[in-house]
Design a protein around this ligand. Structure first.
Ligand SMILES: CC(C)(COP(=O)(O)OP(=O)(O)OC[C@H]1O[C@@H](n2cnc3c(N)ncnc32)[C@H](O)[C@@H]1OP(=O)(O)O)[C@@H](O)C(=O)NCCC(=O)NCCS
Length: 165
């Protein structure tokens, strides 16, 4: 079925299109993330967790798909000040064809439409190709003086299927 951009589907290349992620995509997206290096899944990535995230952040999370299924995915949300982009992944056999870049650009356009200009990402310290990709895309360290802390001993919410790692 062909859907026009006006209906929310955007051509990426001859083989992939972008559209909003829905919870119906969960099984395919979680499989992609599980197969993707440096995508660190945690207690927020259960079906209920992603459902909550998608409902909290409408219009900011996308998949790229071909006739064979989902080949790319990204989550994004914002807190009214800054965006937070997470879990950007492109299937290995669809890399280097513009899918990752289009997903990032789509997220940034969607953030901009919601009045958010800046976006944060968390890159695994071991992910040298990831750093290289982001640098190529024009992203870089904002300030190195901050460290990433969280209340890591928070009690497990009933929504979550397993404890934080
Ligand atoms: C990083 C990732 C999303 C890139 O996806 P992709 O679809 O291959 O990227 P694109 O084809 O859209 O590349 C866009 C541009 O970046 C370049 N690029 C892609 N990967 C690159 C890399 N590792 N280093 C430098 N440049 C890179 C491409 O050559 C392309 O350049 P062009 O626009 O001049 O043609 C993909 O490699 C991936 O899923 N990696 C594993 C998960 C990961 O690291 N995610 C990011 C976590 S923060």
């Amino acid at each position: 079925m062909s859907i026009s951009p006006a209906q929310g589907v955007f051509p990426v290349s001859q083989t992939a299109t972008l559209r909003d992620m829905t919870i119906d995509d969960y099984d395919a997206v979680i499989a992609l993330w599980q197969q993707t290096e440096y995508v660190n899944l945690n207690e927020c990535d259960t079906r209920d967790g992603i459902d909550l995230y998608l409902r909290r952040n409408p219009g900011l999370c996308f998949v790229a798909e071909t006739g064979n299924g989902i080949v790319g995915a990204v989550l994004c949300g914002h807190d009214g000040r800054r965006g937070f982009l997470r879990h950007l992944a492109v299937a290995r056999d669809h890399r280097q064809s513009g899918v990752g870049k289009q997903l990032v650009n789509k997220v940034m356009d969607a953030l901009h439409e919601q009045g958010i200009g800046k976006c944060n990402i968390f890159v695994d310290n071991g992910n040298k190709p990831g750093f290289s990709f982001w640098e190529y895309m024009g992203w870089g360290y904002l300030r190195r003086k901050f460290s990433h802390l969280a209340n890591r001993d928070a009690p497990v919410h009933p929504l979550w299927g397993y404890t934080h790692t």
